[in-house]
Design a binder for this molecule. Structure first.
Ligand code: GLY
Length: 304
């Protein structure tokens, strides 16, 4: 028994090949649920990190210097344990490094070279995270910047409307957990870190809820949006009400775009966004929930 809900990031395509990888990830996670919900979370996110279709691991967007610097984090809602890596390079599965950090050390966040060295010491292989497609998009973006134009690509995806941070929430009938992984935003400053490794900003889990967010990281950090969703649910809100309220608040406070996915201690799901697309796949008791659609608040919030 259990539920896994997984998203492919703001403005990620909802075309079949993308949904198929999300479904594969959700089912893979579910199959490992009997080995524990943390194992299941890691396996689900690994599947997306290994696919060039998503902005995480291999296929991450590139920073101004043409480097993939990635953030990832994992939270165990039952114990309150949290660990993250930030601005890590050359490691294809940052979520696995974050999990190892949580389980082997008392540290909560390792960044940059230190995160890379920890990963190497733990036996994670060094690997290229730059896909051909992202490299070409980076070249195009830099070229436009050099000519005084704004980059044409999507901020979150680096490409033409495809994929921000991925995230996964899980409920095994008793415990909740959350995991997230990202290349961040396209053409970001070297060393810039977003909301994904910020507990309470882009991710949160407790005995009440598990929450993952995608969108403009700075806005999520400054408004502690993931923690806000948890507090709303703790106060009695249904997760759907909580995520919609959180997006309205984010819009009011920062005028920012985002997508939020939440699960609560009763296995209830909330998902909403206020951007172009937000693909979400839900697996309940090993079966993909047919025709699941997050609520699109963009028409309400933008007055379209
Ligand atoms: N949501 C990804 C980031 O802002 O880093």
């Amino acid at each position: 028994m259990g539920i896994i809900a997984i998203h492919g990031g703001l403005d990620t395509s909802r075309e079949k090949p993308y949904l198929e990888v999300l479904q594969e990830a959700g089912l893979k996670g579910y199959q490992l649920l009997d080995r524990g919900y943390i194992q299941a979370l890691e396996a689900a996110i690994n599947t997306l990190e290994d696919s060039p279709k998503f902005n995480c691991g291999y296929g991450s967007v590139l920073n101004l210097n043409g480097v993939a610097e990635m953030d990832a984090s994992i939270v165990d809602g039952a114990t309150g344990r949290f660990s993250a890596v930030a601005a890590i390079r050359q490691i294809r599965n940052p979520i696995s490094v974050a999990r190892r950090l949580m389980e082997k050390t008392g540290q909560v966040l390792l960044a940059g070279q230190g995160a890379f060295e920890f990963a190497q010491k733990e036996g994670f292989p060094e690997g290229n995270c730059i896909s051909e497609e992202q490299f070409r998009a980076w070249q195009k973006g830099k070229d436009r910047l050099a000519r005084g134009m704004s980059p044409s690509q999507n901020l979150f995806t680096g490409l033409e409307y495809r994929g921000d941070t991925v995230g996964c929430v899980i409920w095994d009938g008793e415990n909740l957990g959350a995991a997230s992984s990202t290349g961040g935003v396209s053409l970001k400053m070297p060393g810039r870190v977003g909301d994904t490794p910020c507990l309470g900003g882009g991710i949160f889990a407790s005995r009440t809820s598990a929450v993952v967010c995608t969108g403009v990281g700075e806005a999520f950090v400054e408004t502690l949006t993931a923690k806000y969703v948890d507090e709303e649910i703790a106060g009695g809100a249904h997760p759907q009400q909580a995520v919609e309220q959180a997006l309205k608040r984010l819009d009011e406070l920062r005028g920012a775009q985002g997508g939020i996915l939440a699960l609560d201690y009763r296995g209830r799901i909330g998902s909403a966004f206020n951007a172009g697309q937000f693909p979400v796949v839900v697996v309940i008791d090993g079966m993909i929930k047919e025709n699941f659609e997050p609520v699109n608040l963009r028409p309400v919030l933008s007055g379209e």
